[in-house]
Design a protein around this ligand. Structure first.
Ligand SMILES: NC(=O)c1ccc[n+]([C@@H]2O[C@H](COP(=O)([O-])OP(=O)(O)OC[C@H]3O[C@@H](n4cnc5c(N)ncnc54)[C@H](O)[C@@H]3O)[C@@H](O)[C@H]2O)c1
Length: 386
């Protein structure tokens, strides 16, 4: 049967522009879906780099202004792969134009923006998803399955870390491709919005909502040059590191830690869950494995087991290679896109995480930053529909 075409307009040719383009190219090769994304138009401001990107990935046309992209009648779905300070305006305009919206994380600069975006998207009634792609790591999806099967019983503890080391040099400027993460005006926050947002999304998905937090943050390098004006040095206003305690609504306790100053840690995203009957542990740097301890095993075989998450019974793996062959980072975006396209088929549930889910994570991020500023516990405001 002929596939239904879904014309994509992608904003941004950077890291996520590549990850998303790859997903659009591959998804129908590995998943049997009614819909087929068409790489219709890509948008960014640098003509030369955008054209090279469009040619490399096979984008049919180009725009230099995202407003023009949204106005186009031949675009069904806007994909926001540009820095955080652009998400609000693009999402509002896309919703007003009745386009579906895929948005990179974090949803917004702060919860106020995120709420406006969520309300606009829900009012427009358009399909939407936020690219919290780690939910689609098969081992993390398996963790969710084990928890839902009751294998851990009541959950007592959640322990998350997200560590990197690439911003230690004081010579890095604030601003520019990738480095916009060091500029609070573009990123909104530092590791809290960039890295812990992933950890929080995973935690909420696995365990449930977070009710209160107590946080501390630090900025180790307090001044950096401005990227397009190297003689100007400005204060750094992002958090380089953040650690916080949290309580879930269901009574479980959590600790979260993130920094870009952990020498040797490139992208170490880990979590451990401890429950009444067992525990699980995941590390993104060994993404094809899930560690599982089951206290209901016979005493003489008690011990942590390593599950190689490559069998056809494991989440998503029936779409990939034979058991024993691992998949990688890029596949999490393909898996997410497949779920989004599947959700568009008749009778399917809307895909998650949607804007409302991402707003919940944004509310936790805001409460974390507020707690660090006030040095007090903060209640996390509800992101439920008003
Ligand atoms: N899901 C994930 O794991 C993940 C990983 C990395 C980044 N992200 C998110 O993706 C987004 C982009 O991050 P990145 O790492 O790809 O950044 P990047 O710096 O690599 O690329 C950003 C792109 O946006 C373009 N851009 C900037 N302003 C624009 C504007 N006004 N109009 C059109 N294009 C514009 C730039 O030209 C560039 O092509 C951010 O929100 C980031 O938090 C998510």
């Amino acid at each position: 049967m002929a596939k239904k075409k879904l014309n994509i307009g992608l904003i941004g040719y950077g890291f996520m522009g590549r990850a998303h383009s790859n997903a659009y190219c591959k998804v129908n090769k590995f998943f049997d879906l009614e819909y087929e994304p068409v790489l219709k138009a890509t948008c960014a401001r640098n003509d030369e780099k955008r054209s090279a990107f469009a040619q490399n990935w096979g984008w049919e046309s180009e725009e230099s202004d995202w407003r023009r992209l949204i106005e186009r009648d031949d675009i069904d779905c806007i994909d926001i792969g540009s820095p955080n300070n652009t998400h609000l305006d693009i999402a509002l305009a896309a919703a007003a134009a009745g386009k579906m919206v895929l948005c990179e994380k974090p949803l917004a600069m702060n919860a106020e923006e995120g709420l406006a975006m969520t309300e606009a998207i829900e009012k427009a009634g358009v399909a939407n998803m936020v690219w919290y792609n780690y939910r689609r790591v098969p081992a993390i999806s398996l963790a969710k399955q084990l928890i839902e099967e009751g294998r851990l019983g009541e959950i007592y503890h959640y322990r998350a870390k997200y560590l990197q080391d690439w911003t230690i040099s004081p010579d890095l400027p604030q601003g520019g491709e990738g480095l916009w993460r060091l500029d609070a005006d573009v990123a909104g926050s530092g590791v809290t919005g960039d890295l812990l947002a992933h950890s929080i999304d995973t935690a909420i998905w696995l365990i449930g909502g977070i009710s209160k937090v107590s946080a501390m943050t630090e900025t180790f390098i307090t001044e950096r040059a401005v990227h397009d004006d190297p003689d100007t040095v400005k204060p750094v206003r992002i958090d380089d590191a953040c650690a916080f305690l949290a309580r879930f609504n269901n009574g479980a306790l959590a600790t979260f830690e993130s920094t870009r100053y952990a020498r040797g840690r490139k992208n170490q995203n880990t979590f451990e869950v401890n429950g009444e009957h067992g525990s699980i542990y995941f590390d993104l740097e060994d993404a094809h494995q899930l560690q599982f301890f089951d206290n209901r095993d016979d005493d003489h075989v008690h011990g942590w087991r390593t599950i190689l998450v490559t069998d056809t019974e494991h989440p998503y793996m029936d779409h990939w290679w034979v058991p024993g062959c691992v998949i990688g980072y890029e596949h999490t975006f393909i898996n997410a896109l497949a779920d989004f396209l599947k959700s568009l088929e008749e009778g399917q549930d809307p895909v998650r995480p949607n804007f409302r889910d991402a707003l919940e994570t944004q509310c936790v991020c805001d409460a974390v930053l507020e707690s660090a500023a006030t040095e007090k516990w903060q209640d996390v405001p509800s992101a439920d529909a008003k």
